[in-house]
Ligand binder design. Structure first.
Ligand code: CA
Ligand code: CA
Ligand code: CA
Length: 309
């Protein structure tokens, strides 16, 4: 039936417009080259595996849209790379859902850039730590099979390196917008190091597409000079959160005064960072700042999500 109508529509319209086609309509909208008309059905896009999406990259034309059936994402080729079109997972273009996510998996659309002090100090992590690390035998990711690690070998004073996500238009999401991600800290290639009070992770939010940022949450390793070289795995259950409307806050993991070189678990180990009540700006942008200063100090970030809850 559809084929027949399509054929009729084509015949009907070629005589009149030459450059337009309609499906289920003999009068394609004047603004369209192709008008798919229905009050009850959708338009089904090609559904590809991640491998097929990757394979298509070399020949993709700017503006090409596909659906990745493994990551449940609509993707558009911007001429250089695949962009997540934002209608992800359980999310919808309505008031709730996932606005964007990044899990650092193989094939994950790259919706971020790296800048600042030492961009090359960020790298993907996978597998587990070994007996030569602390904590040992712990996954270097919190979801999937990969995380994103930051280990900078510059000793002494350092400044932040930024994992900066692409601007998103969150104007369709009117519910409580929450940015969250998972964090772990390791002594890597060494069993006595860990993160210190001067090593930090910041959560920064911009509503003008990155022109200006407000730091809403800062996490440090240990809460004072007497609590140094702290580390914890993703199995920790501690969390730190702030609301966008509030001034920035600083939290320590663990939030107690401790000695040096200890592994923390349970609520002492802060593994979930979040900022709630984020404005549904159409120029929303985020960046995560990372800082450490030893080759054996490792932050690992994973499971970054902006959700309308
Ligand atoms: Ca991951
Ligand atoms: Ca240290
Ligand atoms: Ca340090």
């Amino acid at each position: 039936m559809t084929k027949k109508l399509f054929a009729i529509a084509l015949i009907a319209n070629y005589g009149l417009f030459f450059s337009q086609a309609g499906i289920n309509t003999s009068t394609p909208h004047a603004s369209s080259a192709l008008d798919v008309n229905s009050d009850t059905k959708g338009m089904l896009l090609p559904r590809l595996t991640t491998a097929a999406v990757t394979s298509l990259s070399s020949s993709a034309s700017e503006g090409l849209i596909v659906f990745n059936k493994e990551t449940k994402t609509f993707l558009g080729w911007d001429g250089t790379k695949w962009q997540n079109l934002g209608f992800e997972g359980s999310g919808t273009s309505g008031q709730t859902g996932t606005v964007f996510s990044q899990g650092f998996e193989i094939g994950s659309p790259v919706n971020y850039t790296i800048s600042g002090f030492s961009p090359s100090s960020f790298s993907f992590t996978s597998g587990t730590t070994t007996i030569s690390d602390a904590p040992s035998f712990s996954p270097l990711y919190s979801e999937g099979t990969r995380g994103f690690g930051y280990s900078n070998s510059t000793t002494g004073t350092v400044t932040s390196t930024y994992l900066e996500f692409n601007t998103v238009d969150a104007s369709a999401y009117t519910n409580n917008l929450t940015l969250s991600f998972d964090l772990a800290a390791f002594s890597y290639g060494n069993t006595t190091n860990g993160l210190d009070n001067t090593d930090l992770i910041t959560v920064e939010i911009s509503t003008d597409s990155g022109a200006t940022y407000a730091t809403k949450l800062t996490l440090t390793g240990g809460n004072s000079s007497t609590g140094s070289n702290t580390r914890w795995a993703f199995s920790g259950t501690g969390s730190a959160t702030n609301t966008f409307a509030a001034s920035g806050i600083t939290v320590a993991s663990p939030n107690t005064t401790t000695g040096s070189g200890q592994t923390y678990t349970g609520n002492d180990a802060i593994t979930k960072l979040s900022v709630t009540g984020i404005p549904n700006s159409n120029q929303l942008r985020f960046r995560i700042g990372a800082r450490n200063n030893a080759a054996t100090e490792l932050w690992v970030i994973d499971n970054v999500k902006l959700q309308a809850l």
